[in-house]
Design a protein around this ligand. Structure first.
Ligand code: CP
Ligand code: NVA
Length: 314
């Protein structure tokens, strides 16, 4: 992990542990984060103090909007006895063109970790390259690993573990799907990904999943994907930054709505990272119904991120 000795001069002398993609955690670290998240959740429910990051500060850089990520990280830091600083797109000199690599080194002199939500994943990599403190991915166009941690904790809570659990992803092969695929592979959840032909998960993500476990089965048939699934996950068809593709994507995803027609008699639980577009990737009945675990999933963002920060921050 880093010392702050070279903060203003050059590249870090020692590389801190970052969390840019799910597989940045070793399987042991992932296990430890999920276990600690459960402990933190119990502590919150019991009203027990757990100030493991007392005096620590998290910078939160946002290029895009957020509800869950911002509030769960900020509240999580408060519960851990620390502090979080919100830096929106108009709040820093980044908006006036200061390079990320300069921002990374300056922030490293003040804070103990940086969480960033940016468009281009390469920007996050640059931030991490120059930061002397851990950098956490709060969503890029390529990945949303904190979401996956919450998804995995939710699956574990719902099914008492991962053994024998089958999951289906129905919808866009996007950032959330990509991280979910790698996460499922790491814990041994059997995953089938159903997307329209041109919107599959990238080949490099499938290759990573194969390296860390078993690559998901891919299909263009959502009904086949959900037939034996214990859990069905989805996300919006039009991600932030893709607004110009809306008409084309909505047409391409016809038939991929997670609704009662698709789920039929299965008793699968439904996950959605939120925010949801009711009537597109999921219908209101499903989101509000017995199958839905989305509020539990949303709450779990905070518990897993607290555990992650405790793992990464010295
Ligand atoms: N799921 C998720 O990241 O939500 P926000 O965009 O509200 O942070
Ligand atoms: N895929 C969505 C997730 C939002 C949390 C997006 O990138 O906009």
């Amino acid at each position: 992990m880093s010392t702050h000795t070279d903060a203003h001069t050059s590249m870090p002398a020692q590389t801190p542990d970052h969390f840019l993609t799910v597989d940045d955690l070793t399987p042991d670290q992932l296990r430890s984060v999920l276990d600690r998240a459960g402990e933190y959740k119990a502590a919150v429910e019991a009203g027990e103090p757990h100030g493991d990051l007392e005096g620590k500060t998290l910078a939160m850089l946002f290029e895009k909007p957020s509800t869950r990520t911002r509030v769960s990280f900020e509240t999580g830091m408060t519960q851990l006895g620390g502090h979080a600083v919100f830096l929106g797109p108009d709040d820093t000199q980044l908006g006036r063109g200061e390079p990320l690599k300069d921002t990374a080194r300056a922030l490293s002199g003040y804070v103990d970790a940086i969480m960033a939500r940016v468009f281009d994943h390469e920007d996050l990599v640059e931030l991490a390259t120059y930061a002397e403190v851990p950098v956490v991915n709060g969503l890029t166009d390529a990945a949303h690993p904190c979401q996956t941690l919450a998804d995995l904790l939710t699956i574990e809570e719902l099914f008492g573990g991962f053994d024998g659990v089958s999951a289906a992803w129905v919808g866009d092969g996007n950032n959330v799907a990509s991280s979910f695929a790698v996460g499922c592979a790491m814990v041994g959840v059997d995953l089938t990904v159903a997307t329209p032909e041109s919107y599959g998960v990238d080949d490099d993500v499938l290759a990573t999943a194969a390296e860390v476990g078993t690559a998901p089965t891919t299909t263009t048939d959502p009904a086949a994907a959900v037939a034996d699934a214990d859990v069905v996950a989805t996300d919006v068809w039009v991600s932030m930054g893709e607004e110009d593709e809306r008409a084309e994507k909505v047409a391409a995803f016809d038939g991929f709505t997670v609704d009662e027609d698709l789920l039929g008699d299965t008793d699968a639980k439904v996950l959605h990272c939120l925010p949801a577009n009711r009537g597109e990737e999921v219908d209101d009945e499903t989101l509000e119904g017995e199958r839905s675990a989305v509020w539990q999933q949303a709450e779990n963002r905070m518990h897993v991120q607290k555990a992650l920060l405790s793992e990464l921050v010295e």
